[in-house]
Design a protein around this ligand. Structure first.
Ligand SMILES: *Cc1c(COP(=O)(O)O)cnc(C)c1O
Length: 428
């Protein structure tokens, strides 16, 4: 399979964008080689500019849950475009999606549409700080909450992939109020609240972490966050930008049966367009302008095309389709585990809902430290071999992989066959 056209396209792009990309992990640095440049996508497949077809488990990093270019989404978007692409004034399309979200995701008494997950979490933290009149926030090491200053401390995703503990350009004063703790460490959390409890505005977490590889939180850990935040008057913010509509049909809050004070959505909620959401308890959200003094705004927030794609995507996602995706994930993960046993590969396979990940590690992975200690060289080697066989996984062990409703049993079987060939080449 030739990827010459992709290589050339990458060379051209490097003369225009830093590293040739508009978001760092796309550069494939963690796995070596050159990224694929994409020509088109349909259903479960990506087609690169050389005309190769790949089974896609990245799905634009999560959003394309109905598969690429889903007919009903595309049709609705085309109709919406004919009615104008942005109004800068309210439209019923916003209310329609907002209401659907309230029906699907409990705990969104009031919500606001924004254009990226970064904006959603940044605004949620501002609300937490504004209503509590406190400055400190707790985030967990290896979790990623977008690239706003306060969160760029020991963050996951690209920040982890490139081994950056902190980002230059973030003022020390901005992050001195960000307390970072190990994921799944109850004692560290308790001690932190004992020491700083009166100054803590909020705790933010990915309930199922997907930005340091896939690492679910212990249910007890989530309950402890709920208990301590309540006890100390801090807000519990569930960052569901990735897990929303994915960790379970009702996201991570549904998985853990926990009620957060604020919740962020993104990725799936825009169906491939730039949409994210922050919302939660009415008393907190009504502290946001124009009702309250906490300022937040956006020129393209609630964009009619994006609202349309989001609505069709979320509406198209039924419990039956969700269950079908879960079965595919189980088929894939179960098959992978069997192959790992057969070829004696030290592999941890993890899945929740429609998300899955794997670590080349003999021990279960519970936090960022464990994740870092996985065999990344082996990951890169396996990755490249799979890619050459038409399997497109997330190009870093610090990222989650996703299933769509378009993936068939045959796609999963083809993926497992490719894995078996690769394990056979390395371990056979
Ligand atoms: C992707 C992601 C973000 C950031 O969203 P962007 O739209 O990339 O700004 C925030 N939090 C989590 C958990 C994410 O996975």
């Amino acid at each position: 399979m030739s990827t010459e056209a992709s290589k050339q396209a990458f060379e051209h792009a490097k003369e225009i964008f830093p590293g040739g990309v508009n978001s760092p992990v796309r550069a494939f640095k963690a796995v070596g080689g050159s990224p694929l440049f994409i020509d088109k996508a349909k259903g479960a497949y990506l087609y690169d500019v050389d005309g190769n077809r790949y089974i896609d488990y990245v799905l634009s990093w999560g959003p394309m849950i109905l598969g690429h270019a889903k007919d009903q989404v595309i049709r609705a978007v085309k109709e919406a475009v004919d009615k104008g692409t942005s109004y800068g004034a309210p439209s019923p399309l916003e209310t329609r999606l907002g209401k659907l979200l309230q029906e699907r995701v409990p705990y969104l008494e009031r919500l606001r549409m924004v254009s990226s997950g970064t904006e959603a979490t940044m605004s949620a933290i501002r609300v937490a700080r504004g209503v509590t009149k406190r400055d400190k926030i707790i985030k967990f090491i290896g979790c990623y909450h977008g690239h706003s200053d306060a969160f760029l401390v020991q963050a996951g995703s690209g920040v982890a992939t490139f081994g950056l503990p902190n980002s230059p350009g973030v003022p020390a004063a901005t992050v001195q109020d960000t307390l970072t703790l190990p994921y799944n460490d109850q004692e560290a959390l308790r001690q932190c609240f004992e020491q700083h409890g009166q100054d803590i505005a909020g705790v933010i977490i990915e309930g199922v972490a997907g930005n340091m590889g896939l690492i679910p939180a212990d249910p007890d850990f989530i309950q402890l966050i709920r208990k301590l935040t309540k006890q100390y008057g801090a807000l519990f913010i569930m960052d569901e930008v990735m897990t929303g509509f994915r960790a379970s049909y009702t996201g991570a809050t549904g998985l853990y049966q926990v009620e957060p004070d604020l919740l962020c959505l993104g990725k799936v909620v825009g169906g491939g367009f730039p949409v994210a959401v922050f919302g939660g308890k009415k008393e907190y959200m009504e502290a946001v302008a124009p009702l309250g003094a906490i300022y937040q705004a956006g020129t393209l927030s609630g964009n009619p095309i994006a609202m349309t794609a989001g609505y069709e995507t979320v509406k198209g996602l039924t419990p039956e389709l969700f269950q079908q995706m879960e079965e595919r994930v189980e088929q894939l993960c179960h098959g992978l585990k069997s192959l790992a046993d057969k070829y004696q590969v030290p592999l941890q396979v993890v899945h929740r809902g429609t998300m899955f990940g794997f670590f080349f590690n003999p021990e279960p992975v519970r936090n960022f430290e464990d994740s870092k200690n996985s065999d990344q060289e082996l990951f890169a080697k396996v990755y490249q071999s799979l890619l050459a066989k038409g399997i497109y996984l997330a190009p870093s062990q610090y990222e989650s992989n996703f299933m769509s409703t378009a993936h068939t049993k045959e796609d999963i079987e083809a993926t497992l066959t490719a894995f078996e060939e690769v394990f056979g080449e390395i371990y056979g």
